[in-house]
Design a protein around this ligand. Structure first.
Ligand code: ADE
Length: 417
């Protein structure tokens, strides 16, 4: 069973899925292995991840491993209706419709969980939130799950601390094969692709304000610099601020940056990063967007109240006109700009992130009888395996330690005496 917008959109969705599959070799190699070993035979897997082509490919790979897969999105504006139609046609129970209200969005997630999953894939923690609340009854078969994002992991750790984690969870975001690439290079590219496509404006010469210098902020700042922007970083962590400074960026508070920024990108994972007092001093025609998981970084609801008039100026851009005549332009309603206004991370990047997901799920299935209800790190063996897959797929070879070098690195007697 599925709930999608329009089944006739499937041919366009299939093309998108076929395209990304050509650039996801690690996942393809895992798929071949899963076809033989069937690690998920007899298991139901529910996935809540941005419902676009790369995610559809993950669902198909898990199905090849013997799972019955149910799929939904993790943000109402990132679902692509044609991809949802295609993946539903390809045998994955799919519950996703672009642009639904928050209530309908939650309904779609609840319907997905009604398969009583053994394993879940969460992106931001919405599944876990439901399984700890109104969908508790659907969690009766849970073996464990994986979490994709930094934000989601913060919440898992808080739940673990309070003893209310519903099942063992693997912190996929924290794997080397995930955050070094996805958060930095994936965000670095996809955020700017989306901003530039949506606005059709130049980045070179602009004052770009990057809020937050975690891995995502580093990527967005690095690419903005590469395109010739004057990059300003705002931070709350002294060491991240120092790092940004030594990477060549100006550091200031948002109160200062608000006055001079042309383009603002929030990537903090926190709330209320850009609020009324900032809107009050921004330049006319400033562009505001968010690339953190939730839409609470730019206070769009307050801006809506402050505005005397608002209008859709281009697709995915609302201009808010203030009483003094200035207009502030918000992209994608303040939701993840790279997915609400773009196609998400490049396929080669999601290849690595979803390879971590696939192998971590297989690890959970294999170890199901030994697991405690806590947050697990991704085993190093999985990280290393994906690193090597990826190098091989890219035709790159690296040096190997000799036995003598290994002994040198792992021992205390450096002279070998
Ligand atoms: N595509 C699917 N999931 C994604 C994510 N978490 N970030 C960017 N692009 C994605």
């Amino acid at each position: 069973m599925s709930r999608i917008k329009d089944a006739s959109l499937a041919p366009s969705g299939r093309k998108k899925i076929e395209w990304v599959r050509s650039f996801m070799p690690a996942l393809t190699e895992i798929e071949h292995r899963f076809e033989e070993t069937k690690p998920f035979a007899g298991l139901n897997i529910a996935i809540s991840v941005h419902l676009e082509a790369k995610t559809a490919n993950l669902g198909l790979v898990l199905a090849k491993g013997g799972a019955k897969v149910s799929l939904t999105g993790c943000n109402p504006l990132s679902t692509q209706d044609d991809v949802a139609a295609a993946v539903a046609e390809m045998g994955v129970d799919t519950y996703g419709i672009y642009g639904v209200s928050p209530q309908e969005y939650e309904e779609l997630l609840a319907e997905t969980l009604s398969c009583h999953p053994h394993l879940i894939v969460d992106d931001g923690g919405d599944f876990i939130q439901l399984l700890g609340g109104r969908c508790k009854e659907y969690g009766d078969r849970l073996i464990g799950g994986c979490e994709e994002t930094t934000t989601g992991i913060h919440r898992l750790v808080a739940r673990e601390r309070e003893g209310i984690l519903p099942c063992p969870m693997v912190a996929v975001n924290d794997a080397k094969a995930k955050h070094y690439y996805d958060n930095r290079y994936g965000t670095g590219q996809s955020v700017w692709t989306a901003i530039m496509d949506t606005t059709n404006l130049i980045v070179a010469g602009k004052n770009v304000v990057i809020a937050g210098y975690g891995w995502c902020g580093k990527g967005a700042a690095m690419r903005a610099k590469g395109m010739g922007a004057n990059v300003i970083v705002t931070e709350v962590d002294p060491f991240k601020a120092l790092e940004a400074n030594m990477d060549g960026f100006r550091i200031m508070t948002m109160d200062e940056a608000a006055r001079i920024g042309d383009i603002f990108v929030t990537l903090t994972g926190c709330k209320d990063v850009i609020v009324d007092r900032h809107f009050a001093v921004m330049k006319d025609q400033a562009v505001l967007c968010n690339a953190g998981h939730f839409d609470c970084e730019v206070a769009v609801a307050s801006l809506r109240k402050m505005a005397v008039h608002s209008q859709e100026r281009r697709k995915n851009i609302v201009g808010y006109e203030l009483a003094d005549g200035r207009t502030l332009n918000v992209l994608g309603e303040g939701r993840l700009v790279n997915l609400a206004c773009g196609m998400g991370h490049p396929a080669e990047i999601m290849d690595m992130s979803f390879a971590v997901q696939a192998l971590s799920l297989a690890w959970l299935a294999e170890h199901r009888h030994e697991l405690e209800t806590r947050v697990y790190r991704v085993p190093d063996t999985i990280d290393d395996e994906i690193g090597r897959y990826k190098l091989r797929a890219m035709g790159l070879t690296i040096d190997r330690l000799t036995p003598e070098q290994e002994a040198y690195l792992s021992g205390w007697n450096v002279d070998g005496e």
